[in-house]
Design a protein around this ligand. Sequence first.
Ligand SMILES: C[S@@+](CC[C@H](N)C(=O)[O-])C[C@H]1O[C@@H](n2cnc3c(N)ncnc32)[C@H](O)[C@@H]1O
Length: 337
Amino acid sequence: MTSMSAVTHIPVLLKETLEALSVQPGGRYIDGTVGAGGHAAAILDCSSPGGQLLGIDADPEAIKVATERLQAYGGSVRLVNENFVNLQAICFRYDFYPVHGILFDLGLSSLQLSDQSRGFSFQHDAPLDMRFSPSQEVTAADIINTYSEAEIAHLIRTYGEEGRSRRIARHIVQQRPIETTLQLARTIQQATGGRRGRIHPATKTFQALRIAVNHELENLEAALKQAIDLLGFEGRLVVISYHSLEDRIVKRFMQQESRADEPRLRLINKKVITPSEAEIQLNPRSHSAKLRAAERIANQCEQHVVVKEFIVSREIDAGGWRRPGLLKKLRRAFVMP
Ligand SMILES: C[S@@+](CC[C@H](N)C(=O)[O-])C[C@H]1O[C@@H](n2cnc3c(N)ncnc32)[C@H](O)[C@@H]1O
């Protein structure tokens, strides 16, 4: 097994991420996919003095690496080993809201891809696991060996956007049990008649399995909805995705929220941001990255509530009442710290 810390993970679109987050000294940020802590360290540097960061990752190994990497930032950083599907509950638990910015850098880290025991890649033979966290129950082997042929074909077509899904599913079912990455890659190669073009024929099926094992698309949708309520006004939401299914969800979400009758977001970059040729040369993993960013705005209804509550609190003050709880609630909900 390759040690996780022996491999370096280069943060993707780093400069663009910091700009899109509009990181400022004293700001409060959430990194929903802290990984090896590359983006997190840069956010902490730029938000110094006084910046704070809550870093979340479902993978306990990533949290170990990030803990080591971010040790120097002491009390400015809190790391949590949980799934970002619970984003709001985590922030409420640690009283970490409203925030100036939230980052999701989706998918896998180089550490996970190069870890020979996790089964994310067919570059090395490993058990078909693919779970971000060992606390999840279903592995890729469970799906491959227990789902029906039709279910496997559907999954490969939907999450892998693979045109040869039926043929691949038929071969998988014929070859079962399949326990390792190389066994699966070989089965797919037989089903498809080998490599056509630059992409290995197993690439899309591996992507589909990983998405299914980790409920990646459902979790992303749920987290985006929660993120919006955690942002203070003018707080930034930044998402880096690595395949079209993820990017479609992010694009639709930001568009809907910015075009609604009562919009809660304003798009920062109308056109998606992608890495330069130089970055791709330096870090080939970045080639499919797409960054989208939006800013939280107050819709009319929220503005109305702020004004009304403010008036009420002033009236209460005028009557000699002190309502620190109400004021604190107002400050929390509507004013940046
Ligand atoms: C591309 S890496 C992040 C790398 C990080 N930005 C850095 O600079 O080191 C993605 C990370 O997100 C984590 N992840 C993916 N989906 C997650 C989820 N639903 N909840 C929590 N963490 C998740 C993965 O475990 C992985 O460590």
